[in-house]
Design a protein around this ligand. Sequence first.
Ligand code: KIV
Length: 297
Amino acid sequence: MTQISAAHTPAQEQAAQSSSKTSGASLYGGVTTRRVTVRDLAAAKERGEKWPMLTAYDAMTASVFDEAGIPVLLVGDSAGNCHLGYETTVPVTLDEIAVLSAAVVRGTKRALVIGDLPFGSYQEGPVQALRSATRLVKEAGVGAVKLEGGERSLPQTELLVSAGIPVMSHLGLTPQSVNTMGYRVQGRGDEDAHRLLRDAKAAQDAGAFGVVLELVPEELAVEVSRSLHIPTIGIGAGAGCDAQVLVWTDMMGLTSGKVPRFVKQYAELRSVMGDAAREFASDVRGATFPAPEHAFH
Ligand code: KIV
């Protein structure tokens, strides 16, 4: 059976091999010299194996996550507010996602890189979606694309899949619709819950390989995850999904201001970087940097 690993150094390789011997096949505990594919994610769902996904917007950060064994990286349109300085994801352009996606692909050896189709790049219809997705696949080298919406994006999903482009669907809170939807939990109440379940099944029937569930009640996410044979990827959807995704700047403590309650902060990068910048400034002002060992003669 194919086994997949993030291992790049001999020590990591050995650790990965011994872990795969004890735990069986694993999306990121085995050995591979190739990229993760959507077929690996389908196999992980069959094994009942959970997997992590992070966003990434540049080559260097992506290489860190790739080496750390994150099997799937999303070049999300969250780049708008987390990388490009916009207020929301709405202004992000296909050109921007193409540049960032190409960098993430260059920075990784093993992760499946998914390019997000930004607002305005697929809503006109299937042909526009195919043109946009083809650009991300050909120019940036992504292995899959993501688009928002279930039933409303079915013709787009069907055409992309039939053209050989794997599609991840995004349901629940869909930030590209912030102007009509706002930022609030979706799928509350019977009617909304049934609509979301219908959307998820429609996306699966149209050929999507996975469904992001953003900001939905945990009970509903469990029901959707049990009803689908493709993986669900939760963000603010509780523990019952097949995979979990977080925006990297949120989980690393780089985002300024308040982060959503569903985010677990694993590091404090904003204060680490701020302290380092202040120390550098103080060294320069006090003429203690550069020191003799930093100079050439
Ligand atoms: O753009 C993004 O980062 C996303 C994730 C939150 C799933 O869509």
